[in-house]
Design a protein around this ligand. Structure first.
Ligand code: C5P
Ligand code: ZN
Length: 482
């Protein structure tokens, strides 16, 4: 366990303060406005708040945004009078912006991004970084919202599974065998104890319980396995010819869970050999062995059963501009919401495969500068999905010693959306991408920030070259200093 008792105590205290203010508003029947981020963690965080407010009979609304800027803040300030504003999974990186725009409002921020600026004394700011807890790895936005939900009422422990989905959506599984650690681990324990979660270690293919093995293998894009990810035929022939696995048993497709331990070992070593033949480091295949988090109350044949699949489903809804669907699923809606989200997921997957193949078509679309990889999405890769593409690439580039800076044009605006990712090994050399992107974006009239290993920015089109040049220099400087 990496979280110290004292640290967690202070953090939980601030969560209790937030819960107290929320309770006051509910008792007075005053409205509450929840604003959250559009990625899986943001949707999970917004839904956790929504669910616990609904249980308390609160008057509330959940609104989803792709980022925070002056327009969003002004929109809230003008329409929401005498309302409690709760920001989940964003806010901490933009304290001055919020302080100026919402000085007359009661505001709670439940976030895990690196704080920038000063939080006004009228705000309640719940953030792990303020208590010496690593917010990029050890707790998510959804986890932070969960702690407040639990402080409001112990019965909200069922939401621990949604908080786990959020943490996995933010790729916080950075411990051995892709396990969640720190405060996340405590939240997972809540889920396991209350019977909503199960934790195992296994080969992870996407759809380990739900799909024929070759399909599950082809669906696995994180890590991206060149020649197999996105290609069912190639995956089938790999399974049968190279791994020697029988795909069917008595005319019925087998899922990964149907394989014996012996067969799993065979499959794993065939994959390890294959990846090594493609130039990946010898330990890369270990990325396929993971801690698996199962939502035990979900139907076995749905993507909600596996917490990582649930997170991808949420990302699909948020990034394909249907965040309401994701929120509804987290709050318990099924039937039509699930059907629609599944359709969204198919489209999202097709897009990602299309984007990754497109990037591989021309060498100049992924280039190596002195200190960073540059990924040019142009106006082909949608700006909402460039973050996902960047994450996949960061787990898939064979020698990933430099951070990835990916960007796309924002449709209809003269802006560029930048998504940056760094590996843990680069981070351990002292790199802080959130800080680098913030400094570089601010210098060139944009906005940026985030976590040490995953950060983003919006920058005016005309400044993008200077911005990239500065990021390249700042990365070099930061690595040199350590
Ligand atoms: O958009 P993307 O997924 O690349 O963002 C990575 C992280 O950086 C997210 O956690 C996001 O909230 C954060 N970010 C930020 N400020 C921005 C853009 C992204 O804090 N302007
Ligand atoms: Zn988050």
């Amino acid at each position: 366990m990496t979280v110290k008792k004292e640290e967690i105590k202070g953090f939980l205290n601030s969560a209790s303060n937030a819960a107290k203010l929320i309770r006051e508003y509910i008792e007075k029947e005053k409205p509450i406005h929840v604003a959250s981020h559009y990625d899986a963690d943001g949707l999970a965080a917004g839904a956790i708040m929504g669910k616990c407010l609904a249980r308390l009979g609160g008057k509330f609304r959940v609104r989803i945004e792709r980022w925070l800027d002056e327009n969003v803040v002004e929109g809230i300030a003008v329409t929401e009078k005498d309302t409690l504003i709760i920001f989940t999974d964003f806010g901490s990186g933009y304290l001055n912006l919020l302080g100026e725009g919402l000085s007359k409002h009661r505001v709670i921020i439940l976030d895990h991004h690196q704080p920038v600026g000063e939080s006004p004394s009228t705000f309640i700011h719940v953030n792990p970084h303020l208590h010496g807890i690593n917010g990029s790895r050890d707790i998510s936005g959804a986890g932070t919202a969960y702690l407040v939900a639990k402080a409001l009422d112990e019965t909200n422990v069922d939401l621990a599974s949604v908080a786990t989905v959020g943490a996995l959506g933010d790729l916080q599984d950075k411990y051995e065998h892709k396990k969640l650690g720190g405060v996340n681990e405590i939240i997972v324990e809540d889920g396991v104890k209350s019977g909503f979660l199960k934790l195992e270690t296994d080969l992870l293919f996407f759809g380990r319980e739900t799909r024929p093995i070759h399909k599950a293998l082809a669906y696995t894009t994180n890590p991206f396995i060149p020649g197999i990810s996105g290609q069912e035929d190639a995956s089938y022939s790999f399974l049968v010819k190279r791994a020697g696995i029988k795909p069917k048993s008595k005319d019925k497709w087998r899922a990964l869970r149907d394989l014996s331990d012996e067969e799993k070992k065979k499959l794993f070593s065939a994959l390890a050999d294959y990846l090594a033949s493609k130039g990946f480091p010898s330990d890369f295949a270990l990325n396929l062995i993971r801690s698996v988090y199962t939502l035990t109350h979900e139907e076995p044949w749905t993507p909600l059963r596996d917490a990582r699949e649930f997170a991808v489903l949420l990302n699909a809804t948020g990034r394909m501009e249907k965040p309401g669907l994701g929120i509804a699923l987290c709050m318990g809606d099924r039937a039509i919401a699930l059907e629609q989200a599944n359709a969204m997921l198919e489209e999202y997957r097709r897009n990602i495969t299309k984007y990754l193949n497109w990037l591989n078509e021309e060498p100049e679309r992924i280039t190596e500068l002195n200190n960073i990889y540059l990924v040019l999405g142009e106006d082909f890769i949608h700006e909402n999905v460039i973050g996902t593409v960047s994450s996949i690439l960061s787990n898939s580039l064979p020698k990933h010693e430099k951070p990835i800076i990916a960007y796309s044009t924002v449709h209809g605006e003269s802006l560029i959306k930048v998504s940056a990712r760094a590996s843990e090994s680069v981070k351990s050399k002292g790199l802080n991408l959130g800080e680098i992107l913030r400094v570089a974006a601010e210098k060139y009239s944009g906005k940026g920030g985030g976590h040490d290993v995953a950060a983003g920015a919006q920058v005016p089109v005309e400044n993008i070259e200077s911005f990239v040049k500065l990021v390249d220099e700042l990365v070099k400087k930061s690595l040199k200093e350590t």
